[in-house]
Design a protein around this ligand. Sequence first.
Ligand code: NAD
Length: 356
Amino acid sequence: MNKNITVLSGDGIGPEIIAEAVKVLGRVGEKFGHSFAYTYVDIGGCSIDKYGVPITPEGMEKCLSADSVLLGAVGGPKWDIVPQSIRPEKALLAVRKELGLFANLRPTKLFPMLASASPLKESIVGNGIDLLIVRELTGGVYFGRHTTEEVDGETVATDIMSYSRHEIERIGRVAFETATKRRKKLASVDKANVLDTSRLWRSVMHSLAEEYPQVEYCDILVDNAAMQLVKNPGQFDVIVTENMFGDILSDEASMLTGSIGMMPSASLSSGTLGMYEPIHGSAPDIAGQDIANPLGTILSAAMMLRYSFDMAAEADAIESAVDTVLNRGFRTADIFTPDCEKVSCSAMGSLVAELI
Ligand code: NAD
């Protein structure tokens, strides 16, 4: 297959970690007979420096016309003082909106050999964690009407949370489809004992559950979900939830692994176009030193192969190469323990690529 990938390296460690993901993709191409073509577009601070905006219209066009988009990270102290309207993160929101990315997939995987990095006890995470949160990304209270007004001499702020049936159904379908490709378990998180949006959410999910009898489905209230994630994270396979609950729960879940540099993510549209990125930021404190952990970006590239290009075997090859490299004791500085061998960002990328 021939695939066109628009690459948004961004700022800080972005170019370093992206270079390693591209190195690994190159090896996948050789091994499996695919050709990946890359178009590099400036985003975030580096684009503000060159063009005065965090992404140019031409750059956005290149994202829209690609088969997929791979992102490093944006931002840094240098651009903290730029006007709100051109802040580096504005480019990310714009790309999500233009590409219609309504589903955010965040896997949380604790590799058993990294269990000591987790803030949870070995007795809870000793068998590893392997769950995936499907978060609705373009609806709910973050996109509702926000007002602050004076009412009877007092300041009152209001944020409106709304969801339509079609918004719930499309994210629900992504979640059920994702569960069928994994361990076939889905937990839908809501607050149906209080919120109307959650009652609609739950009824739509129940209708979908009838279409997917092979998926073991359950409802769980968000407060209980937050508790269960730390009490027994191993019980979860796929979790689906609305925008704000997903924002909070996915950060909670990612911390269970204790290593932000390892976590990939995908944002999907209704077609095959998606944007793939590690969950961490541009880490300006370690930029330019070749010590960042590139595995979150490399695993994001694996998600791109799986979800946008339907290349499951190729994605498996990357994920199992990462497993093997960790099992052999190689670690970047952020996950290093004294019994392991410390390697640079570029060496880690080469080790994974060699094992494809
Ligand atoms: P951060 O995720 O960049 O860094 C937090 C800590 O984790 C730092 O100590 C950093 O060194 C470490 N870290 C992060 N990624 C790592 C990796 N791959 N390997 C090793 N260590 C890693 O968060 P921050 O410091 O709050 O933000 C820095 C900048 O990134 C800010 O400008 C912020 O706005 C931006 N940001 C961008 C994104 C994005 O592009 N999606 C997301 C979050 C933050």
